[in-house]
Write a protein that binds this ligand. Structure first.
Ligand code: HEC
Length: 191
């Protein structure tokens, strides 16, 4: 038999080992085995942002608001104006606005999708001006399958979609530029 202190050392190591196993097992209990259930959170500030909500009062700014106006003269990414204010008019739109698309390779199906989403309600399935809202009091638009529309310059149609005309509202906010060009090309193919 070994000396008494050797046995004591062995017992101590065994206890330490037991504690270590216990700790690992205990931590394991905090981690859920079901992936759809969130694990226990400690230090929740690291999980949940402590940022201010957009509309929450904010003492860090002079006006006390979280949402700040962009500095004057700045342009949001992707919203570069096509032309400086006043340079583009209803009269010159057809000449100065040029489609970025090649008629041969463009995605006309995308244009059809834009039409179905934004235009069909008024202009109708096939462009006859008999969309569902025209049966509910909205004045029916003219047919799009006319020589008038086919002969319009692309830029003029693009401008008209962007700015609206008569009873037709502007679509520059809802429909992005590329899509406005594609739907322009699409309506010219309507027969
Ligand atoms: C809320 C109904 C409505 C929606 C939606 C609408 N339009 Fe119109 N559109 C009209 C009306 C009404 C006119 C006729 C405006 C006028 O001349 O007074 C018109 C006119 C037009 C014209 C000119 C036709 C011509 O002979 O002068 C074109 C081109 C046109 N729309 C394309 C579109 C496209 C493309 C979309 C979808 C991005 C669209 N419209 C969405 C109602 C609508």
């Amino acid at each position: 038999m070994g000396k008494w202190w050797v046995n004591k050392m062995k017992t101590l190591s065994l206890i330490k080992f037991g504690i270590a196993i216990g700790l690992v097992y205990g931590l394991g209990l905090l981690i859920s085995s079901d992936r759809t259930v969130p694990n226990s959170e400690f230090i929740p500030e690291m999980v949940h942002s402590v940022a201010y909500d957009s509309y929450a009062p904010n003492p860090n700014f002079a006006d006390g608001k979280t949402l700040q106006m962009p500095p004057e003269g700045t342009i949001a990414l992707g919203f570069m104006p096509e032309y400086p204010d006043g340079e583009l008019t209803k009269e010159n739109a057809g000449k100065v606005l040029k489609s970025p698309f090649d008629i041969e390779t463009m995605d006309l199906a995308r244009g059809a999708k834009v039409y179905a989403t934004f235009c069909q309600v008024c202009h109708g399935l096939t462009g006859d001006g008999d969309g569902p809202v025209t049966k509910r009091g909205v004045p029916p638009p003219p047919s799009l399958k006319t020589d008038r529309v086919r002969n319009m310059m692309d830029g003029d149609i693009y401008y008209l979609i962007s700015k609206g005309v008569g009873n037709m509202p502007p679509y520059s906010v809802q429909v992005k530029r590329e899509d406005r060009w594609l739907v322009t090309h699409f309506i010219k193919t309507m027969k």
